[in-house]
Design a protein around this ligand. Structure first.
Ligand code: NAI
Ligand code: 13P
Length: 349
């Protein structure tokens, strides 16, 4: 049913076209043609790059493939790539935000004041920012900058596996149930099952914090410590995530930690994610995370190191180092030269 009977067909714009952005565009492109709520054309904003003398947008629109960030998977032809952000969002009533979190403010600056009056948004971004008032979830930044309602989507969602159609679950956090249900229709497929819960911040902040825990998993993998040690990282990490969220935000639901965005995403990221892989390489090569991101990820972006910095800034301001020993140890290994093999010593101390 159209939203509040005021919008006949929701027009979707996707802001971002990286690894997950492109995999999500494949799902969205198909679903808008299956459900009557949606206009069948989807625009996707692409941060323009030149690849072998051709613009990435031109390649996507002609070959229907994002050869840099999700090679080998076709994008539906009703998804149109556009390098102009304002053109992408013109007339859009649904905005899907999926840029690496370090670029969010730049996106907000361009969009401010230019959004459809009835637009709502959903953030697929896993990250956060530390402002003067504390840790700011992405949904809060978007709501304040753009004055629109934001839902969040996060889960055990390694983009390539979803592109391959392998069964996965995800979680949508909503404040208004009708909006959560609309986004469920936009994203759900037979192989991508969506749970919804009224906990916008819990859903997205689990996604941000698990990236820090995944760095810890990569560190123990690099040290070849085995599965018991990794299980300890997962357990301690999840309990620090829960403590952190309960301490800093009101109304975080216990159930959220048992959804795909909680325990399931911690597990998948500790076994399969980029943060894990780069942290492992940091231990085995001694190279910096920054250098390894460039060498190993082909333009894709790490989210966990920046998030560790943001989270540990907050922990330090509040003098809570003893409450979050794993987060702090991971931060110190990434940024202060703490020897990786001390990861558990610091926790046990
Ligand atoms: N890749 C994955 O498996 C998953 C990623 N996510 C989250 O989705 C968000 C986006 O991640 P991905 O789509 O994987 O992106 P990505 O990691 O592939 O990042 C590359 C993207 O950043 C863009 N970019 C590079 N420089 C830029 C600039 N200066 N300004 C604006 N954009 C620029 C590139 O054009 C490209 O679209 C992140 O927060 C990530 O944590 C969530 C679930 C799964
Ligand atoms: O969020 C993810 C899986 O749910 C992907 O994690 P990475 O960014 O570590 O690859």
């Amino acid at each position: 049913m159209a939203r509040g009977n005021t919008i006949q067909k929701e027009k979707v714009a996707i802001i971002g076209s990286g690894n997950w952005g492109t995999a999500a565009a494949r799902i969205i492109g198909e679903n808008v043609t299956r459900h009557p709520d949606f206009h069948p054309e989807v625009k996707m904003w692409v941060f323009e790059e030149i690849i072998e003398n051709r613009a990435l947008t031109e390649i996507i629109n002609e070959q229907h493939e994002n050869i840099k960030y999700l090679p080998g998977f076709k994008i539906p032809e009703n998804v149109i790539a556009d390098p102009d952000m304002l053109n992408t969002i013109r007339d859009a009533t649904i905005l899907v935000f999926v840029v690496p979190h370090q670029f969010l403010y730049k996106v907000c600056d361009q969009l401010k004041g230019n959004i459809h009056p009835k637009a709502i948004g959903i953030s697929l971004i896993k990250g956060c920012d530390t402002g003067e008032t504390g840790i700011r979830p992405i949904s809060t930044i978007l709501e304040e900058a753009l004055k629109i309602h934001i839902c969040t989507l996060s889960g055990a969602n390694i983009a390539n596996e979803i592109a391959e159609g392998k069964f996965s679950e995800t979680t949508i956090g909503y404040k208004i149930r009708e909006e959560g249900e609309l986004f469920k229709r936009l994203f759900e497929t037979s192989y991508y099952q969506v749970g919804i819960i009224d906990d916008v911040i819990g859903v997205e902040m689990c996604g941000a914090l698990k990236n820090v825990v995944a760095l810890g998993a990569g560190i123990v993998d690099g040290l070849k410590m085995g599965d018991n040690s990794k299980a300890a990282i997962i357990r301690i990490g999840l309990s620090e995530m829960k403590k952190f969220l309960k301490m800093f935000y009101k109304n975080i639901k216990d159930e959220t930690f048992f959804e795909s965005c909680g325990v399931a995403d911690v597990i998948t990221s500790c076994y399969g994610g980029r943060n894990r892989r780069v942290a492992e390489a940091h231990v085995t090569t001694g190279k910096s995370f920054e250098q390894l991101e460039k060498e190993l990820l082909g333009g894709q972006k790490l989210q966990g190191t920046l998030t560790a910095k943001e989270v540990c800034t907050m922990i330090s301001i509040k003098g809570l180092e003893n409450e979050f020993k794993l987060f702090v140890a991971i931060y110190r290994i990434a940024f202060e030269g703490l020897e990786p093999k001390k990861i558990f010593d610091v926790i046990v101390d």
